[in-house]
Design a binder for this molecule. Structure first.
Ligand code: ADP
Ligand code: MG
Length: 696
């Protein structure tokens, strides 16, 4: 099966091929990411309107949605411009009014002739003691009454798509559902009482009450499981391919590691030693290593990675370490260079900034094996970057890289070991989602002598106090990060905010004391600003979140975060992790703009009370749900549309073992169930997994 199976074609056609969906509507739907009938089918209602018929609105607790049969009474056109057009109506018990603003009387008279009977549905409110239905959602002659479902699904919408349009589009997409063979293990489906796919999809769009919207409703659970299963199948396929491909045996001799360890001003922690040991053993095996190194900010992952890179060089090969941003690559490069010199190893930096002759020279040296360890950004992915003998690839701060990039990297290395590092402690269900294909080492111990960071939460109204405080701290030789948030849709506005803050602080604290760094700066300026801060020339670094991950300036002991309430927990934890790295007592000031929402207040409290990344991440998951925990645009975590990783955490573990079990008995997915699973992969747009089957 090399292309999408024909049975799925109707679901993958353009949305404008649907009945009732014109080009304009299709365009609007595309704006919210709904390009095909498939997308519509998988976009589930988040709530439901009860439109069960009542005899009368009498006795309703208003305001409320009501659906009643009425007799149309007199029309009262608007008395002035902007006034309401009223239609008096009566149901079996009481009289009330239908209200229309900007109502055109000709149209309304035709739609609701006096004396006729109509079914009306909409929100009824009490205004000056009179019950009114303002702009009814539905007004239908009785013969068409059945067009209003008893329970009407409500979809999450934006961008000029109305509920009505969405419902119509979904309904016509549902007309196209193909009959698909079952990919779920029959025993399991039966045990759980799950409907078949077709029935499940139909059911979720025809809820018959609030219960049907719960994550536990069988149809929803089934579709969530499909999503998780497809994802785990992809990971399991990747794992299968990796396990099959022979790895390179890289045996560490300690020849290079020993002098580096001897030169360090500290001893590795127990956790570091353990991780180094696990990695070294993995590298020495002839299976390709695919390992995750998980450790909170400041736990010392860089040293572990460097030891592994040295092992690759000791074994006669090369290593590459990739960081998500230029700043981080630069910093790794500078931090590791003295250590590399200790060991007599040639270390180079390759980023998008390398151009022309310089770049060509580096690439030549790399291909010749004259560069032994390369540090870089995504630039090391590029086609023309070739190694003589790549044995190990380290990816730092994995949450910015997805499974796909991991695969690309592995392809480049032709059997090279892969070590992925992440500073985001994540709950188990997420770990399974993101790293289900990997083995894991954990740094659960921080280097000794770290003092906890004091965290305070305060309102922006106390800005002047904070700045005063800062002046004092600077006089004592301390350094400070000042983070300005990305608030709005417009990056330009955000930069203006950061620049304003920069000017303001510079004016109060003195020229030369304050630096600025943000994502839109020319690289050279960015470097210069970071350099000045690292060297201590600059005392306060105003930054947008470019400093979020991995930056290491031990002398910086104050972290001010403006508008902390709009940041995510994980992000705040990361940011705070930038301080508390030296011997001085560190402080983190979380400034919020009042009034603080309930959620905002809780987030900031969690942070004030805990420095344990794991505790913070579990809370984060509970508060926000999985999609958002690591769910930035560049996140490696797939966005599950249906599955709820918090409430359906157990499903993920089942999906993983089921996916692995299926591949054990049917590695080519050629059995009946295997073929159905292929269709699922296409349906879930896991095309890359399909490629893996052909590899395998
Ligand atoms: P992260 O895990 O966040 O990447 P780093 O590798 O940047 O952490 O290490 C943070 C700081 O801790 C660095 O300054 C590093 O030199 C220092 N460090 C690493 N290991 C130890 C150790 N065993 N003892 C003391 N300091 C250490
Ligand atoms: Mg790091």
């Amino acid at each position: 099966m090399t292309g999408r199976p024909e049975i799925l074609f109707p679901l993958f056609a353009g949305a404008d091929t649907l009945k009732g969906v014109g080009p304009k509507t299709a365009q609007n739907l595309a704006q919210i990411g709904l390009d095909t009938p498939r997308d519509l089918v998988f976009s589930l209602p988040h709530s439901v309107l009860d439109r069960r018929r009542r005899a009368s609105i009498k006795g309703l607790e208003l305001p409320a949605i009501a659906t009643v049969e009425v007799e149309i009474g007199s029309h009262v056109p608007a008395r002035n411009r902007g006034g309401a057009y009223r239609i008096n109506v009566s149901d079996q018990e009481v009289e009330f009014q239908l209200l229309f603003f900007h109502g055109r009387s000709r149209y309304l008279e035709a739609q609701c002739p006096e004396g006729s009977r109509r079914l009306v549905s909409g929100k009824v409110e009490l205004f000056d003691g009179v019950a009114q239905m303002v702009h009814p959602d539905h007004i239908l002659p009785l013969v068409e009454a059945k067009d209003i479902p008893l329970f009407e699904p409500v979809y999450p919408l934006t961008h000029g798509v109305t509920q009505k349009t969405m419902r119509k589009a979904v309904q016509s997409a549902l007309q196209r559902l193909p009959e698909l063979d079952e990919w779920i293990d029959p025993g399991q489906a039966k045990r759980e009482g799950w409907p078949g796919w077709n029935a499940a999809v139909t059911a979720v769009h025809h809820p018959e009450g609030l219960d049907d919207l719960a994550a536990e409703a069988p149809a929803r659970t089934r579709l969530a499981y499909d999503e998780l299963f497809a994802h785990q199948l992809t990971l399991a396929l990747a794992r299968q391919v990796e396990r099959k491909s022979r790895g390179i045996v890289s045996i560490a001799t300690g020849r290079l590691q020993a002098p580096v360890l001897a030169a360090l001003p500290y001893k590795p922690t127990g956790a570091q030693a353990r991780a180094i040991d696990e990695i070294t053993k993995d590298m020495a095996a002839d299976r390709r290593m695919n390992r995750l190194l998980q450790g909170d900010v400041g736990s010392g992952k860089t040293l572990v990675a460097f030891m592994a890179l040295l092992a690759a060089v000791e074994a006669g090969g090369q290593g590459v370490m990739m960081a998500p941003t230029g700043i981080l690559a630069q910093q790794h490069y500078e931090g590791l260079r003295p250590l590399a010199e200790q060991a007599g190893v040639v270390l180079e930096l390759l980023t998008g900034r390398d151009k022309g002759a310089e770049r060509r020279a580096k690439l030549a040296a790399l291909a010749a094996g004259d560069i032994q360890i390369l540090v870089g950004t995504h630039a090391v992915f590029q086609q023309d970057v070739a190694f003589r003998a790549l044995r190990l690839a380290v990816v730092d701060e994995q949450h910015r890289f997805g499974v796909r990039q991991r695969m690309e990297l592995a392809e480049k290395g032709k059997g090279a070991d892969v070590l992925v590092m992440t500073a985001t402690p994540i709950p188990r269900s997420l770990a399974l989602a993101q790293y289900g294909d990997m083995d894991v080492s954990v740094l659960d111990e921080k280097p000794p002598g770290r003092k906890p960071v004091k965290t305070a939460v305060l309102s922006t109204e106390r800005m002047a106090e904070v700045v005063d405080h800062l002046r004092q701290a600077i006089d004592e030789g301390r350094q400070c990060y000042w983070v300005c948030p990305l608030v709005g849709e417009s990056e330009v506005m955000d930069l203006i905010a950061a620049e304003e803050r920069f000017k303001h602080l510079r004016a109060t604290l003195g020229e030369g004391t304050v630096g600025l760094v943000h994502g839109q700066m020319p690289p050279a300026e960015k470097d210069a600003a970071m350099q000045a801060f690292q060297s201590g020339a600059c005392k306060v670094l105003v930054a947008t979140t470019v400093i979020e991950v991995g930056v290491n300036v031990p002398n910086a002991s104050i972290m001010v975060i403006e508008r902390a309430e709009i940041f995510g927990l994980a992000q705040l934890h990361q940011l705070r992790g930038r301080v508390g790295r030296g011997s001085a007592q560190s402080t983190c000031l979380l400034m919020y703009q009042p009034p603080l929402s309930e959620g905002g207040r809780r987030r900031l409290e969690v942070l004030r009370e805990s420095e344990d990344g794991f505790v913070i991440s579990e809370t984060d998951l509970q508060m926000r749900g999985a999609g958002d925990v690591i769910g930035t645009a560049q996140s490696g975590l797939p966005r599950f549309r249906i599955a709820d990783l918090e409430r359906q955490a157990d499903l993920m573990a089942v999906a993983q073992s089921d996916a692995r079990a299926l591949l054990t008995t049917d590695p080519q997915l050629s059995s009946m169930r295997g073929r159905a699973a292929r269709v699922l992969l296409w349906l879930m747009k896991q095309d890359q997994a399909i490629r893996l089957i052909s590899v395998g």
